[in-house]
Design a protein around this ligand. Sequence first.
Ligand SMILES: C[S@@+](CC[C@H](N)C(=O)[O-])C[C@H]1O[C@@H](n2cnc3c(N)ncnc32)[C@H](O)[C@@H]1O
Length: 184
Amino acid sequence: MPALHRSPPWLTEVFDRTIRPLLYDADRIVRPFISPGDRVADIGCGAGYFSPTLSRLAGPKGELVLLDAQEVMLEWATARVREDPLARARLTAIRAEAPDLPLPAELDFALMSWMLHEVERPEAVWARLQQSLRPGGKVLVIEPLLHVSARRFEEQIAPALELDFVRAAVAGIFFSRAVVMTRR
Ligand SMILES: C[S@@+](CC[C@H](N)C(=O)[O-])C[C@H]1O[C@@H](n2cnc3c(N)ncnc32)[C@H](O)[C@@H]1O
């Protein structure tokens, strides 16, 4: 199997600071899935494009766990959260390589944005998420439209359907395929 692509940190950071805010309203995308007090994970958080928004929505009684395989990404994402005075959820940043994810128990919501195609064993990630999510907990998967074919996207999601997840389509995220998976 060819080595999976992993985003260069500099590219992610430049994209996040320039074009991305024009195309992706982070609050609009994740707000439907998060309530105040929630325990939330940003898996493969990258430079933290969504991280401050996740923290804001979880609020001061909530919790945000940032996970990424690359230390520099975690540093950028952490800095981004700390710079936002309204991002007040309890913050933990952990360097971790999926599927070996030290997720907390009773997780309410996990975001996997543009990361699942970089993971070698998506089925093992879903098994880990099933252990960690509370019943009714949700995972929002967003994948880049050109980079990930419809068929590949289905292959990434299929293992979750063999477990305890039900799927619902999510429309309206620019240039992306997206689905929300709810743990029964
Ligand atoms: C394209 S970036 C997307 C970052 C962020 N989620 C976003 O939407 O901006 C993919 C991120 O996933 C991380 N990643 C890739 N494979 C991973 C793995 N097996 N475990 C943890 N993180 C991983 C990369 O280090 C990178 O930061």
